[in-house]
Design a protein around this ligand. Sequence first.
Ligand SMILES: Cc1ncc(COP(=O)(O)O)c(C=O)c1O
Length: 365
Amino acid sequence: MSRRELIKNGIEEISEYVPGKSIDEIALSYGLNPDAIIKLGSNENPLGPSPEAVDALERHRAHSQLSVYPSADAGELVKALSEYTEFPESNLVASGPGMDGLMDNLMRLVISKGDEVIIPTPTFSYYEIAARANGASPVFVKRGNDFNVGAESILEAESSRTKMIFICSPNNPSGNLIDERELRSIAESAKGLVFVDEAYAEFAYRNMSDLVTEYDNLVVGRTFSKAFGLAGMRIGYGIMPQWLKSEYMRVSTPFNLSRPAITSGIAALSDTRHLKQSVELARNGRKYLKDNIPFKVYDSQSNFVLVDVAPQKAQEICERLLEEGIIVRDCTSFRDAGDSLIRVTVGTHIQNKRVVEAFKNLYLG
Ligand SMILES: Cc1ncc(COP(=O)(O)O)c(C=O)c1O
């Protein structure tokens, strides 16, 4: 038996997750000064982490207890999340690494080999990876005009083997929200769990968490990686019906959040100033980018905008931007995204101005 045969069937179908490019990587490849590079390819927070989270790490000396396991369910953080979300603790789980960990645990819970999950495309690529890794076959449903998700097309794609339906809202990379009526229709009729990924909820005018109390098959996923500026801490959480939390806790990896993650997460939740500034920066910045980038820019409810550079190719434009030290995300690797879409994270105003100037220089119209 070759060593390769040890790997379970289906893994060969998975393409490794493609992360946004890093500053060091680009500085090295293009001979640029790292300080002159702006990283707008991973939807991180341009204001950095919540200062209260950073202070808390130092003040509480989270590091001094590193030899002792944290609480298995990050209960202190769940308590703080209960205040923040106004959901009882019985509806909340804290997850690591990030929201990706939440999705993985949910799939470990519901997927048996040969089951299906529905993924409206183009969207966040980890759904497909996690689904395949857990033995499910992804069923892709292409989003409609302006990347909308229609209940009819999702429900048509459901089979007796469908266990999960992934709805990203605001969607990465398009930035639009799912229409509430469509989501309700999906939740009402779906046999599988409806997972609403709200990684970017804080930047939107509306979120869908209320629906968790109405539909016993609906789960909302959230993260500290975006509005709270804690991508490096890898903290996520889920809002789910009580019956599901009890099942979830049976399979959840114990101690999946570290002590520093719990400490910084609690502090970030109380840092309303940083949160407000982050949200305002994203909202003003996305409007500025939409109004000033000369290509087609989609409306966004998130901290990024999607730019269509057709008839030019995203890959070529991204390459030209990289030469100028601007890292954005070429969406060509996103399934069903075509080859002319670029996702740009909203930066500080100075960064946004640089991005606009660079796009203007590349516009051939
Ligand atoms: C839509 C979406 N969901 C989930 C994640 C991952 O979140 P986390 O950093 O909490 O794992 C991302 C990260 O970019 C994302 O864009």
